[in-house]
Structures are given as C-alpha cells and as structure tokens.
Design a protein around this ligand. Sequence first.
Ligand code: 5RP
Length: 296
Amino acid sequence: MADLDGVTGEDNAAGYGIGIPVETKPYFLKGSNNLGWGMQDRLSRMFCPKSGKTVMLAFDHGYFMGPTSDLERIDLAIRPLAEYADVLMCARGALRGCIPPTYNKAISLRCSGGISVLTELSNEVIAVNIEDAVRLNASAMAIQVHIGGQYERNTIDNLVRTVDAGMKYGVPTLAVTAVGREMVRDSRYLGLATRICAEMGAQFVKTYYCDEGFEKVTAACPVPIVIAGGKKLPELDALKMCRRAIDEGALGVDMGRNIFQSEAPIAILKAVRAVVHENETPEKAFEMYETLKNEQ
Ligand code: 5RP
C-alpha cells in the first residue's frame, strides 16, 4: 500500500536544499565534455576519474599474429593480471573464451580485423558489429587505422562507421594508429595520424611514443592519447617511456608485450600503475618492481 508519510511536505523545507546550487563540473577528460551520459560513464570506467589516467592491458595480438610468445594461453597469462589493469583490451573470442565476466572489468573490444601477419595489414574490415559490442558490455570499440597505408581510406571508413554506431549507443571508439613497417615513428607522422583519427570522431587514440616532439603530438590531438608499449623493453626502459609519455601529455598506456612478456608480469604492471596513477619516478617504480619480483 502506498504510504503518504514518506512524501515530503512543507515542513521539510531543508531537504530541498533551497539556495544550494546543483554542482555542475566539466567532465574530466579532454575533448569529452560534450558527449552523452552513457559514453562518459563508459570513459569513466576506463580512465580513473581521480587521476584522469588509465592503465590498459592489451592482449589482442592473436587477432592477426596467432599465438604470440607468452600469450599462448590467454587464461593462464592474463587472468592473474586482470585485477591490476583498469581496462582489458582484447578480441571478442578471447573475451568470451578466457575472461570470466565476474571480473567486472572495463573492456576495450578489438573491433577491426580480417587480416593476418602473412598478408597486407592495412586491409582490415569492421569485424564486430555494435550489437555484439553492446551485448559484451564493451566500454570501447578499438579500430586500427593505417594512415599512409595501402588501404588507408578503408581503415578510416572502418573508424567513422564505428564512431557513428558508437554515437548511437553511447560506446566510445578507440582509434589505434598502426605504423607500417616502411614508416618512421616520428612526431610528424604520429601527429598526422592521431589528429586525423580525432577529427574523424574517435573518442580516444592509441599511438606510439616518440623521443622527439611527443608533447606536440598530444597537444595537437583534441582527445586523450594512450601509448602502446611496442616490443618488449628492459623493465626500467619501459617505465621511463611511460613516465616521459605521461609527462608529455599522454593520459595513459595500453601495453601488452612489456607486461605479459616480463619475467614478473604482476610486478611490472603494478610498477606501471605507480608511474601512471601515482606520479612515481621510473627509478622508484623499478625498485618496486624488483622488490615485488623477488617476493614472488
Ligand atoms: C595491435 C595493438 C596492440 O594492442 C598493441 O600493439 C599493444 O600491444 P604492445 O604493447 O604489445 O605493442 O593495438 O595492433
């Protein structure tokens, strides 16, 4: 039976907070203020609202490389790491097959594909539709974009179609800038690639770090940039790269091989978190890595 006792009356004026304005803050992520609630909610599951940063764990390599070293068994390699990552980046087959939904992790779903390491890498198609991305509760859809590649136009087409679908359902799109073997990873190229992806509507962009001029790449990109890890580096070098990237404007990292190919994957992931979220120096984070490694 409805209970009228709980209905606020004139005697409860304080409950209305008369004179207290509703707090309205701009959304914390660069370029994301004018997005809808659902999209901002998904972005907040990936980028920590407190630090404004993210540590993403990428293990989507198999979608074109097959069983990558130290990622032969996704269940064995990734499950122990999942709790230390803000986001898991993978293909839908790996997600459904190897990652328990009870982990309740933000997912950046690999949504482009259709090639293998044996063929032309830029010849990708959209390999997941929006309905399946929503069904999987993806926090983002990741699309590879090959600026300067043989199928550049098709990959930009994959990006804009995914952005359009994502806008309809409130799912952000992550543009992943692939750098062809013949291209130089310098700030001129990375600036071109990331800016095109952002202007085409990607809500955030993944790219590589470069030693010279990376701050220009992040400055000229109107949405957040996260860096890829690339080939396995010695741990201290990987931590230095993370520090420089964050100091020069990246809002996170999306690393794979530098985590799961490490001698101590949990230790390096925790050390990367310290650099990204807690502003730790690479040297201190490396000490932390060594301590954790020796404890395991
Ligand atoms: C493949 C990707 C990978 O997710 C990316 O390369 C990250 O992995 P790693 O840190 O091992 O480079 O986007 O195109």
